[in-house]
Ligand binder design. Structure first.
Ligand SMILES: Cc1cc2nc3c(=O)[nH]c(=O)nc-3n(C[C@H](O)[C@H](O)[C@H](O)COP(=O)(O)O)c2cc1C
Length: 191
């Protein structure tokens, strides 16, 4: 699978088989995360791997209204992606640890799909304090996002995306790019 195919195939998977994930694959997706770009190459990220009963604890830390909650109980592995704001930088009100960890998460998700594994980037509706407490995460470390990791038990429908000409401009904000777009360059419909 090439990288563009992986990008197309990645979706948020929220239901999983019980089948175990070979450790070698867990390691490979972590390696992909570790290769992500980061602010000044500070790599102020930490990846916590949860297996067994610990995944249920993570589900405990996920609000009941979060559609991904059950995924943490089903998938054999869950990953907690953390950032250290003091290792990464901030400038002009932008906290780069968030960007660093987001890049790591995307790498991880693409590597996972290439290995036939599903993920779901979950960054909201989490009780960060409780996650810290259960897994002894230091006070100065932020839990940025978590994901289940496992073999999906279904194929989710692709979620729609805004049309490219709504979000991409040419040489200045708001300048239409329509005349540059070709059918062959478009991957997805907006339906
Ligand atoms: C910052 C961020 C936070 C997210 N938080 C959650 C979440 O709390 N629960 C959940 O089920 N999905 C969450 N998602 C997944 C999005 O709902 C999903 O990416 C989006 O609907 C597009 O669907 P797709 O990933 O299948 O393409 C989150 C995604 C991002 C990038």
């Amino acid at each position: 699978m090439d990288v563009l195919e992986a990008i197309r195939e990645r979706k948020s998977f929220r239901r999983f088989k019980e089948d175990p994930v070979p450790w070698d694959l867990v390691q490979q997706v972590l390696e992909a995360a570790r290769m992500a770009p980061s602010w000044h190459n500070k790599q102020g990220w930490y990846f916590l791997v949860l297996t067994g009963e610990n995944k249920n604890l993570l589900a405990d830390c996920t609000y009941e209204t979060n559609p991904a909650r059950n995924a943490f109980m089903q998938a054999p592995v869950s990953l907690v992606l953390c950032g250290d704001p003091t290792q990464s930088g901030s400038y002009d009100g932008k906290e780069y640890y968030m960007v660093d960890v987001a890049c790591a998460m995307e790498n991880l998700m693409l590597a996972a799909i290439e290995k036939g594994l599903g993920t779901c980037c979950v960054a909201g509706m989490l009780n960060e304090e409780l996650i810290r407490k259960y897994f002894n995460i230091p006070e100065n470390i932020r839990v940025v996002a978590v994901t289940p990791l496992g073999y999906p038990s279904y194929q989710p429908k692709p979620r729609p995306r805004k049309p490219l000409n709504e979000v991409a401009f040419l040489n200045g904000w708001g300048n239409g790019i329509e005349h540059k777009l070709t059918d062959s360059g478009l991957w997805i419909s907006t339906e």
